[in-house]
Design a protein around this ligand. Structure first.
Ligand SMILES: [Zn+2]
Length: 191
């Protein structure tokens, strides 16, 4: 459970355009079958989405990844799903013209009651893995573009983490991401 939330730097609440839907999870004596994505639109997922690439992250317990997004001109929309393990997922609205700008939405991810999350352009995403070997699936609608790769320091959600941020395992890149307060996105892309 997150530590007591005090000295808040963010606004907690649902982010406009984010959709979370439960995943069917059929268990039998062999194991389980779970369908993380079906082409929409349907009520919990009313958007059109085409997968360009599909990849997975596997994380040790205590890994924090984020907060990541891919901005214009190659802005990415994602659908993420829990595959194995358990994580606490964070979404941050970086769209200045959004009515939920600066809102943070959290979502528990657990293999026993799995969900998928639709993450629109301009919403940064991150999570902390709460179990060893946690696997998260990412579908993205465009190719990865390093020059349009944006990120915000995980300190934005540190008060929501079950362990101190400095005790999490983070990449060098994530450690040096800018704070949200001083963040402004610019693409290095020539196209
Ligand atoms: Zn680009």
């Amino acid at each position: 459970m997150p530590r007591e939330f005090e000295d808040t730097k963010v606004i907690m609440g649902a982010i406009d355009g984010v959709h979370v839907w439960p995943v069917s999870n059929h268990k039998d004596l062999r194991g389980r079958l779970f369908k993380v994505y079906t082409d929409g639109p349907y009520p919990s997922f009313p958007e059109n989405f085409e997968t360009f690439e599909h990849f997975f992250t596997e994380s040790k317990e205590g890994v924090f990844r984020g907060m990541h997004f891919q901005g214009a001109p190659h802005a990415a929309t994602k659908v993420i799903s829990i595959v194995r393990g358990e994580a606490l997922d964070f979404l941050l609205d970086t769209r200045k013209d959004s009515k939920t700008f600066a809102h943070v939405q959290t979502q528990a991810l657990n293999q026993d009651s799995p969900v998928s999350i639709y993450i629109p352009e301009g919403v940064a995403h991150g999570y902390i893995a709460l179990r060893e070997g946690t696997i998260v699936s990412y579908r993205q609608n465009v190719a990865f573009c390093e020059s349009c790769d944006g990120g915000i320091n995980g300190s934005i959600v540190e008060n929501l983490l079950p362990i101190p941020l400095k005790e999490t395992i983070r990449s060098e890149r994530d450690l040096h991401l800018k704070e949200f307060a001083s963040f402004s996105y610019t693409s290095k892309c020539s196209q």
